[in-house]
Ligand binder design. Structure first.
Ligand SMILES: Cc1ncc(C[n+]2csc(CCOP(=O)(O)OP(=O)(O)O)c2C)c(N)n1
Length: 319
């Protein structure tokens, strides 16, 4: 990994990845207190993908994600205090305290929502891309999902339609190898994920893990192609989750993945590698600024009120 001549990219990526990492470490710290009233699916280890993709996006671009959505929400510029309040189930949370970690949303910055049902966000994202195209908007859509979603019918229907209509959408598949505790090689028939996307006439590429700046450059080319109107792209971004599928804990006790595999990924931490490229005073400044934001967000979440009982039926169904 080399520092680009414009080291602003490394700085922005480090700030975004550091924020995601530290917010999730705070979630781990707070979880035993039972103040967080929501299941959590952590992205520690996977920060580079959301940070790299969102660095190329405008506020007016849309993103759709999954229950593992903290990283995407934060990288797209979602409001941090409202995210923490949502995890606490508070009335001033991103979804008024009614949705929790798996349904983060901040439409003001184009974070259109996340879904707990595997692959369901993909068809929503394609619908949004169709709407943008019909309105002749210059904005694009990026849809995030895990490699498990590529086994679902919704993925195939959606990518076929997006290709047919040449919609302005990037499909970002975060391949962390495991769907819960099942390895991709035990689930995937055929040559691979990229080949599946290509079979629908979509330009597709695999981006290796381990170099946030290389990931940033590769996703940037794909996003620019979509912006030029060249139709959808599919990116298989290799990554790795360090923690359990769900919850704040480690999962070594389940023995579903080799410990050496996990240890190697932790040793080759993308965030630490990126941090080593920055001047130490700049790195410290970024960290101090983000720590202050995180502490303020937790404080705001803790002080807020729970929703009133009379709110229970509001904003659940459309009027
Ligand atoms: C349609 C559907 N089937 C099954 C589940 C249960 N489930 C929740 S997460 C998950 C694994 C998904 O793995 P992947 O798409 O690779 O994403 P990751 O959790 O690794 O981010 C499954 C099977 C679900 N939520 N929705």
């Amino acid at each position: 990994m080399e520092v680009p001549r414009n080291s602003g990219t490394a700085e922005r990526l480090y700030r975004s990845m550091y924020l995601i990492r530290r917010v999730e470490e705070e979630i781990i710290r707070l979880y035993p207190s039972d103040k967080i009233k929501s299941p959590v699916h952590l992205s520690i280890g996977q920060e580079a993908v959301s940070a790299a993709v969102c660095d190329h996006l405008e506020r007016s671009d849309y993103v759709f994600g999954t229950y593992r959505g903290h990283a995407l929400y934060l990288a797209k510029g979602g409001d941090l205090p409202r995210m923490m309040a949502e995890l606490y189930g508070k009335a001033h949370g991103a979804a008024r305290g009614k949705a929790g970690s798996m349904h983060l949303v901040d439409v003001d910055v184009g974070m259109m929502g996340t879904s707990a049902i595997v692959a369901t966000g993909i068809s929503n994202a394609v619908g949004a891309a169709l709407a943008l195209k019909m309105r002749r908007s210059t904005a694009i859509v990026v849809c995030f999902f895990g490699e498990g979603a590529v086994d679902e019918g919704s993925f195939h229907e959606s990518i076929n339609f997006a290709s047919l209509k040449r919609l302005p959408i990037v499909f970002v598949c975060e391949n962390n190898f495991y769907a819960i505790y099942s390895h991709v090689k035990d689930r995937l028939a055929g040559p691979g994920l990229v080949e599946r996307a290509r079979s629908y006439g979509v330009t597709a590429e695999r981006i290796e893990d381990g170099d946030a700046l290389a990931c940033h450059a590769a996703v940037g080319s794909a996003i620019e192609a979509v912006r030029r109107g060249e139709g959808p792209r599919f990116l298989e971004c290799m990554t790795y989750r360090w923690r359990d599928h769900v919850g704040p804990g480690e999962d070594r006790q389940y023995h579903y993945r080799p410990e050496a595999e996990l240890d190697l990924k932790i040793r080759n931490d993308n965030l630490a590698a990126l941090g080593r490229l920055l001047p130490s005073d700049l790195k410290q400044l970024i960290e101090a600024e983000e720590e202050a934001r995180i502490a303020a967000a937790i404080d705001w979440a803790e002080k807020g009120e729970f929703p009133a009982a009379s709110e229970i039926r509001n904003h659940v169904f459309a009027d």
